[in-house]
Design a protein around this ligand. Structure first.
Ligand SMILES: Nc1ncnc2c1ncn2[C@@H]1O[C@H](COP(=O)(O)OP(=O)(O)OP(=O)(O)O)[C@@H](O)[C@H]1O
Ligand SMILES: Nc1ncnc2c1ncn2[C@@H]1O[C@H](COP(=O)(O)OP(=O)(O)OP(=O)(O)O)[C@@H](O)[C@H]1O
Ligand SMILES: [Mg+2]
Ligand SMILES: [Mg+2]
Lengths: 225, 225
């Protein structure tokens, strides 16, 4: 489904350049469930942003469904992001002036889904993540873990073929986190490809493959026996 | 050191009222190390905000060092917050236009510390949390866990008598998280009172007492044998 070849991501600022990714090569097949781990600051979110078409490699290539993303124009990139990629951000990125329901409906709005169907789907997901009583709350009225769950519900609305989740249970107690991971497991069972950044071994256990990043490179890549 | 008596915290909005704390009573002695756990949305951050003088109870009383905080004026509240309370926010709350070093120096600036001493102390803490190479980065240039560590360093600059940390290791890998908890342990050994909100049993293990919050009330309060 996706392949990174010798990807470098450098940030330029002030007097110099900082390389967050220093030559990453990675291939993920359709339907795989991959956990991405590694120390704080090692490049995991940067890698996820490249995979999710939110950022471009400085050098190297990213092939998504066989096409080099460098050849896609802005409209094609946006279409890919909206139609088959679901992204859960480490900092949630909910829109502050929309209520929870409107935030979660957003991907369906972009997809042109009819209002009644869109609402039904969004409400269904919000109930699955335990936010059925917060539909009309604003993000500022939510706890940290509630914002995280709203971000997860938003990413799941389109049942995306590729789910990229950046530390989706970091602000959740174990029981709530398990419920979320069960939902991710159902999406996986339906055929989706899953990549989850996590610091917790229990969360990584649910994946069939663990990739460890360290200082901008892939340090290990192991499949579960 | 601190005592909550029948504290209620209600948020009013739209058509009604939501009670995040529904009658909480809690006493913490000087030098105690308390872990605060409970499901997402149960009221932990709300409780921490009341303890840290960032929010006021709707009903009930909060006695800090024997004084009812309702009797303190705004200047006295600010002084207490700046002089002996260190707060690590669940969402970090770094100031976006200040670099990491300036962010961490802020409590020392409020305390009127001389510039050279303030810089030395801030740099020392940033090196202890592994951000020695990020002194002049802006928060937007940091990873999630790096922002978290900057927020921790800022809370520790004044070696506060009361440290309130809201999920301080949620975005950190185990090794980095352990280093941070070791620093907290040193502050505790020096006599400070520590309250840490956490979802992780390993983190709670370091405390001598665990308080569990559920749906706005204290469900259990146990001391380690
Ligand atoms: N400004 C507000 N207006 C309305 N409700 C609020 C507001 N702030 C918080 N709440 C509600 O209060 C409850 C408790 O929130 P709090 O942030 O204390 O939870 P928490 O235990 O810290 O959760 P988490 O583990 O997810 O961080 C939640 O249901 C939340 O939606
Ligand atoms: N805009 C930027 N400018 C400069 N450096 C940046 C920028 N964005 C990220 N970095 C740096 O790139 C490195 C990797 O960041 P990234 O967010 O990918 O780490 P991470 O593995 O997700 O960490 P964490 O586990 O703490 O979330 C960090 O050292 C960070 O400071
Ligand atoms: Mg990250
Ligand atoms: Mg909270």
């Amino acid at each position: 489904l996706l392949e990174l070849r010798d990807v470098i991501k450098a940030y330029r600022f002030g007097g110099g350049e900082f390389r967050a990714l220093k030559g990453v090569s990675l291939a993920v097949h359709e339907g795989e469930y991959v956990a991405l781990m590694g120390p704080s600051g090692s490049g995991k979110s940067t890698l996820m942003n490249v995979l999710g078409l939110l950022d471009r490699p400085t050098e190297g290539n990213y092939f998504l469904r066989g096409r080099d993303v460098a050849s896609l124009d802005e409209r094609e990139r946006a279409e890919a992001r909206n139609s088959y990629i679901g992204f859960v951000f480490q900092a949630f990125n909910l829109l502050p002036r929309l209520d929870v329901l409107e935030n979660v409906e957003l991907p369906l709005v972009y997809a042109g889904a009819p209002a009644a169907r869109r609402r039904k789907r969004a409400v269904e997901l919000l109930e699955l993540v335990g936010l059925g009583d917060k539909l009309h709350s604003l993000p500022s009225q939510l706890s940290g873990g509630q914002k995280q769950r709203a971000a997860i519900a938003r990413a799941l609305t389109m049942a995306p073929a590729l789910l990229l989740a950046d530390e989706p249970t970091g602000n959740l107690d174990t029981a709530t986190g398990d419920e979320i991971l069960d939902l991710v497991g159902e999406l996986h069972a339906a055929g989706s490809t899953i990549m989850v950044v996590t610091h917790e071994p229990d969360v990584a256990e649910r994946a069939e493959r663990t990739v460890v990043v360290r200082d901008g490179v892939i340090a290990s890549d192991e499949r579960r026996a």
